[in-house]
Design a protein around this ligand. Structure first.
Ligand SMILES: Nc1ncnc2c1ncn2[C@@H]1O[C@H](COP(=O)(O)OP(=O)(O)OC[C@H]2O[C@@H]([n+]3cccc(C(=O)O)c3)[C@H](O)[C@@H]2O)[C@@H](O)[C@H]1O
Ligand SMILES: Nc1ncnc2c1ncn2[C@@H]1O[C@H](COP(=O)(O)OP(=O)(O)OP(=O)(O)O)[C@@H](O)[C@H]1O
Ligand SMILES: NC(=O)CC[C@H](N)C(=O)O
Length: 550
């Protein structure tokens, strides 16, 4: 006896119900061609993921439920379909996995464990299931724990006890660096307890800050990895089973190699930006190109996401802009093959200074004057955005975003920030990686596109003569180590001091971190690369008088 299961590792769009259903239908045609018994789609595929509060709207979930019903009707003859979507039972809303067969909804699995940590808030949205049963497709009985359900003992085991011969786990599992071993560990624990093969099916694609990385895989009844799909790309794959001695054995498939963390982070940033653009309806990007490393890597990510013809780099020099910065900005834009504009801000700045002169008389020049440069750049770039219909990118790395080292309503202007969750020390290494590597999913040119002089020079905001970031901040190696402790590991000041850092420096960084919460609250979203990303992973009050006295 045999069984063929078609896995659709596809990229849905939140709210695009008709388009998602059409994608499911197209995949079903492929499964039917391949004579599969069943097509499986990821968690919440019908509506995209995560829908947040949108799915609580009755008009929305009723629309989705109607669309799933009509998918069942239009796919009556051929493989069964498993598809994630919301289900309202007249009283409560559930995160459900629908099984469609012979023109109708044959079964519904409801999610039991609602994730409520990191970026998840499902307790707020859904009601947990109380018990589920397996379903039968042709000769096979299947249990479907939904995503988080398979990270805990209980659901898969109960389904197996009720006769499930394999576990098919639909997921909406967002990327963070080096997550795969954690997923594999949880799935192997389920397999060890059930003694049945397990299929882990994830979606791909960017949704706001989150990136779903795919990497779907199959583990046999002994816990061996027998099939694995690539990360960050759509793919449809057939998994074959043969029944011998009363047990389903999964045939050995193709175990795709997964790239290292540098490639995965870079791919996550490219895909999240590309999807953010296409899913919000933008085709073109612009950014301020300073000759520094942050704007250089953001321009490179933009070019790799959309192609050089869709990226405009604008140098807006002031009198503090060095010749080195002018040369580097131009060279990087030329290497990338994108449009380059040169828009000096001196005249505009003089006009603003004159306008404010009567008010500012008697005050010493300082931060206000420095930040006018950044704000004027923001104003000019947003004017270009309005005129050309190009979305402005903002370029602060995680170190700067953490300590508020950016000007609000100035260089913080912009709609998306691909490097928001990448510390500065990693930005340097990531640039070296991109200069040395090229992949076919990159739409930009091969080679050392980021001039070495940009990577090697000391970072500076160039808002006053001879300014260097390290005049006001600790060296980035120190800053990033302290921030990793405070932000990502939730360590106390005492614990970070015990790692060998000066208490005064740790306290200064802690102070900057807490007082800049207001800036992050008003900042653009950006690619999530870790479990400690600003926005949903770490939610802090803006008004906060607590300081760690330890
Ligand atoms: N809690 C709060 N809630 C609401 N608003 C608050 C606030 N605290 C201050 N403010 C407001 O914020 C203003 C201060 O913020 P802001 O104007 O941004 O100024 P500020 O944070 O003081 O300065 C920006 C810093 O970033 C550096 N910088 C600028 C540009 C680029 C880069 C770079 O390397 O990329 C670095 C620059 O050298 C300077 O150290 C205050 O005037 C005040 O009105
Ligand atoms: N002369 C400039 N021309 C165009 N854009 C600029 C210029 N100076 C700053 N910007 C914009 O403001 C952002 C912040 O730049 P700034 O030089 O202050 O610090 P940074 O964080 O070190 O960034 P970078 O490494 O890109 O220079 C830049 O990434 C760029 O988008
Ligand atoms: N959608 C989910 O239930 C995902 C939760 C799960 N722990 C994950 O991140 O993979």
């Amino acid at each position: 006896m045999t069984f063929r299961l078609t896995l659709a590792q596809l990229n849905p769009t939140v709210g695009a119900i008709a388009a998602n259903i059409q994608k499911a239908r197209d995949a079903w045609e492929i499964a039917r061609e391949a004579k599969a018994h069943m097509l499986a789609l990821p968690e919440m595929f019908a509506v995209g993921y995560q829908t947040q509060d949108l799915v609580r709207k009755p008009a929305f979930y009723l629309h989705a439920m109607r669309a799933i019903e009509s998918l069942a009707e239009s796919c009556a003859e051929g493989p069964a379909i498993g598809i994630g979507g919301p289900y309202f039972d007249g009283t409560n809303l559930f995160n459900a996995y629908y099984i469609l067969e012979q023109g109708r909804i044959a079964h519904r699995v409801l999610k039991s464990h609602l994730p409520n940590e990191t970026v998840f808030d499902e307790v707020r949205i859904f009601e947990p299931a109380r018990g589920n049963t397996p379903y039968k497709i042709g000769p096979m009985t299947i249990g479907s724990p939904i995503c988080e359900d398979s990270w805990h003992a209980g659901v898969a085991e109960s389904l197996a006890a009720q006769g499930a011969e394999i576990s098919l786990v639909p997921n909406g599992s967002p990327y963070y660096r080096n997550k795969f071993p954690t997923r594999l560990k949880h799935m192997r624990a389920r397999v060890a307890a059930t003694g049945t093969p397990l299929i882990y099916l994830n979606m791909v694609g960017g949704q706001d800050d989150q990136v779903f990385d795919g990497g779907s895989f199959t583990v046999d009844a002994h816990g061996k990895l027998v099939d694995r799909m690539p990360v960050f790309s759509e793919e449809i794959r057939h998994i074959d089973f043969v029944k011998t001695d009363g047990k389903w054995n999964v045939a050995k498939g193709q175990v795709s190699e997964h790239p290292d963390e540098w490639e995965q982070d870079y791919h996550a940033m490219v895909l999240s930006l590309r999807d953010y653009m296409s899913k919000t309806g933008f085709k073109k990007i612009l950014l301020g190109m300073s000759g520094g490393i942050d704007s250089a890597i953001v321009a490179t990510i933009a070019v790799d996401a959309l192609g050089p013809q869709n990226v405009r780099c604008v140098m807006l020099p002031s009198e503090y802009t060095s010749q080195g910065s002018l040369d580097d900005a131009k060279e990087a834009a030329e290497n990338l093959g994108c449009h380059y504009d040169f828009v000096p801000i001196a005249q505009g700045r003089a006009a603003i200074t004159e306008t404010l002169a009567p008010l500012f008389q008697g005050f010493e020049a300082g931060l206000a004057e420095e930040n006018i440069q950044s704000r004027l750049r923001g104003l000019l770039l947003m004017a270009m955005s309005n005129k050309f219909g190009e979305m402005l990118l903002t370029t602060g790395n995680k170190s700067e975003v953490a300590v508020g080292y950016a000007t609000i309503y100035g260089d913080m202007a912009g709609g998306y920030n691909p490097i928001k969750d990448m510390y500065k020390t990693r930005v340097f290494e990531q640039c070296r990686w991109r200069n040395a590597q090229h992949r076919d999913w990159m739409m930009g040119p091969k080679g050392a596109v980021i001039p070495v002089s940009i990577i090697d020079k000391p970072p500076s905001a160039e808002l006053r003569p001879d300014q260097k970031d390290e005049d006001s901040l600790p060296p980035y190696e120190v800053l990033d180590a302290i921030l990793t402790g405070l932000v990502d590991k939730d360590l106390s000041v005492a614990e970070i001091v015990a790692q060998g850092h000066a208490r005064e420096t740790v306290k200064k960084v802690e102070h900057l971190l807490y007082i800049s919460e207001y800036k992050r609250f008003q900042s653009a979203p950006g690619t999530r690369l870790t479990k400690g990303a600003f926005w949903l992973d770490r939610r802090y009050p803006i008004v906060n008088r607590w300081r760690d006295e330890g």
